[in-house]
Design a binder for this molecule. Sequence first.
Ligand code: FES
Length: 321
Amino acid sequence: MSLERTLTVRVERISRETPEILAFELAHPWGRALPGYEAGAHIDVHMPGGFSRQYSLARAPSNAPSYVIGVKRELASRGGSASMHERVREGDLIAISTPRNTFPLREEAAHHLLMAGGIGMTPLLAMAQALAARGASFTLCVFARSEEHLAFADALRDPALAPHLRLHLDQGDASQRIDLQALLAERAPGTHLYVCGPGGFMQAVRDAAAGTDWPEDALHTEYFAAPTDANTTTGLPFTLKLAQRGISVPVAADQTAVDALHEVGIDIPVSCQQGLCGTCVVEGDGEGAEHRDFCLTGTERRSKVALCCSRAKGLELVLQL
Ligand code: FES
């Protein structure tokens, strides 16, 4: 059962970060504290027009009397980012969820390598600030087209981040560019890699890490959207075995597990419905699942399943429901 609540917050400030990205600062309408969170967390924003989107919190928790999110206006916006850019104004009240974290820092890491592409900076900036505050070992690699397209540039100028920052500008001097293959070719023991950005950037980092000695559990990703070639809805029919209830629920080829469970009166909380946010994740036989999510780690996939998108490898999938 999800413990998330819906909150009403006031849009305190809107600032332009780049030609395509606005930062929104959200505060309690009566000045009260907002719920705490961990670096890497995101919130659902319920926006005008009935859209709901997930946005990462772009500031370390210890600095947070309010929440800050960055919203990139997508050219192919289905309404979400366009609604935030065009219809939301300072002083407006909007509904959000309490923060949820599917992209946490790993306490066991000896070094944290943070790779941010464009708007993917938001969760990684919060992580970098949190790591700097605790004196942890980390490197923040930021990739942007140019200075003009560098979001949260003021925060990056913080002297606490400067020694850890590597900035790659596509249109900048060749000497400052980061060679992904070279950067990821060798993994210092205990290093964890965190990646967030547009689909092409995510794939480029994953490709560079493939064939090297990065174990699956040391590679952490946060997607803003499912890759365009991802199928997160249909497949072969199978049966859900609900261990706690002792019943079976058929899932049709054109149905998700969430839909099939809803038909028999079992409602699984959902948000993104693309395998991104982790809202629909339940305990189960992860080894028997065809995982189609983008939020669970290799270890988590052994015992958890994202029901909005994942299916059974075979004819059955056992869930702890
Ligand atoms: S609803 Fe977001 S991962 Fe399933």
